[in-house]
Design a protein around this ligand. Structure first.
Ligand code: COA
Length: 381
């Protein structure tokens, strides 16, 4: 790990630079280990629920029963998005990208939370609960609105995972699918100082409010090199379409120096432990739906990229085919990432506020010096 003193090219993309201290999550890229507050992701995926993980990320320990019940009722009491926000969304163009809609709508939630700018723990925690409760409602409502369907009101008897699928489809998922989706939310909840989380900490470090910081996180997550990769994985699979074309398609992409979406990682040098779960889920969905094509194609791409480049799938690779067979529209995969990651973002923002220092690094200047001002009419083209 770096001391943080590298400059310019040596620290391109800030790789290896330690830019914050955090007790929330840690990625061991060499061994493929991800922990949240000391708990291995496999242990949490096996036994926990998304709501328990939210408590863990925000409080540094697992809740006792009473605390989990309290958090559940607070989150559920905040499932409803302000009616004005839903009305505003009705005026958006139907072809607006769901991540752009989410970014804009989440930003506007600030207007309806009078204490939303507070950076003390109580105010920030209230905003974190509202955001975490409402973000899924907004993402699901947009899909209904753009499709000309009635918005489905949240069901406060349901978990975040179940409620999201319910609001999207108008019917409850079965227990297996609900559990699978809940684990997907657990797996995406935090990932140390990834691009969007770093963004939220930079914004929070100025003592701007929780809503602004999360809005910035959504903007960062949308990019294809970050959360946007999952949608692009599915687009790639649909574009290839024929399993017989995969080898040729991958060879051509590599020859043209195009990146295969969902493959590679800035930190992991081995299997991303989240991909282990999502590969399993992609296979399970294939069995449930009797359609193994997308899983088989994904496996072949994984194998080729491992053989040819020594690279591994990341969290986005198998989530694509998992969500596809759940019938979720392609462009909602990244908003779903946000529905989960809001827990990690808000955890990091709470941590930043608790021990704040403005984040203000330096740039290595590589431009000219000693230039003299020349009046505009005397300048050469
Ligand atoms: N497909 C093909 N080649 C890839 C690749 C991919 N998905 N990811 C990295 N590479 C290659 C690069 O072309 C580069 O090759 P070169 O040295 O011959 O130029 C080398 O591997 C290093 O790439 P670089 O982008 O510098 O690595 P990184 O560690 O900074 O990249 C990612 C990390 C995630 C940005 C990168 O792997 C990527 O773009 N993956 C696809 C997008 C994605 O899935 N993002 C979600 C991440 S969770």
């Amino acid at each position: 790990m770096s001391t943080g003193t590298e400059t310019g090219a040596a620290a391109a993309g800030l790789r290896g630079v330690v830019a914050a201290q955090s007790a929330i999550g840690d990625v061991n890229g060499e061994e493929g280990i991800l922990i949240y507050q000391g708990y291995n992701i496999h242990d949490l995926a096996e036994h926990s629920t998304f709501e328990e993980v939210i408590f863990l990320l925000w409080n540094g320990r697992l809740p006792v029963r009473r605390e989990l019940d309290e958090l559940n009722s607070e989150l559920r009491a905040n499932y409803d998005a302000p009616a004005q926000v839903i009305e505003m969304m009705r005026a958006f163009p139907a072809d607006a990208d769901p991540m752009d809609v989410l970014r804009t709508a989440v930003s506007s939630l600030d207007f309806y939370d009078k204490g939303g700018h507070g950076t003390d723990r109580d105010s920030a925690m209230r905003a974190a609960i509202k955001l975490t409760g409402q973000i899924g409602t907004i993402a699901a409502a947009w899909d209904r609105i753009r499709g000309g369907k009635d918005v489905v009101a949240p069901d406060k008897s349901l978990s975040i995972a179940e409620n999201f699928l319910y609001m999207l489809r108008g019917e409850r998922p079965d227990a297996d699918e609900a559990r699978m989706f809940d684990v997907c939310l657990i797996l995406h909840a935090d990932h140390e100082l990834n691009a969007s989380t770093f963004t939220t900490r930079v914004v929070a470090g100025t003592l701007a409010g929780m809503y602004g910081a999360v809005t910035a996180g959504i903007a960062a997550l949308a990019g294809p090199l970050h959360g946007g990769a999952n949608t692009n994985v599915m687009k790639m699979l649909i574009e290839i379409d024929d399993p017989a074309r995969i080898d040729e398609w991958v060879d051509q992409a590599l020859a043209e120096k195009r990146k295969i979406m969902g493959i590679g990682h800035a930190v992991y040098r081995t299997e991303d432990p989240r991909a282990t779960w999502l590969r399993r889920y992609s296979r399970q969905m294939a069995e449930r739906k009797g359609e193994s094509k997308w899983f088989d194609m994904s496996q072949r791409i994984e194998q080729l990229m491992n053989e040819k480049k020594g690279m591994f799938p990341n969290v986005d690779f198998y989530s694509a085919s998992t969500y596809y067979l759940m019938g979720i529209p392609l462009d909602l995969y990244t908003p779903i990432f946000a529905v989960s990651r809001v827990s990690g973002w808000t955890g990091h923002i709470l941590e930043q506020y608790a021990n704040n220092k403005l984040i203000r690094p330096r740039a290595e200047y590589i431009g000219k010096r000693d230039q003299r001002y020349v009046p505009i009419d005397e300048r050469q083209a």
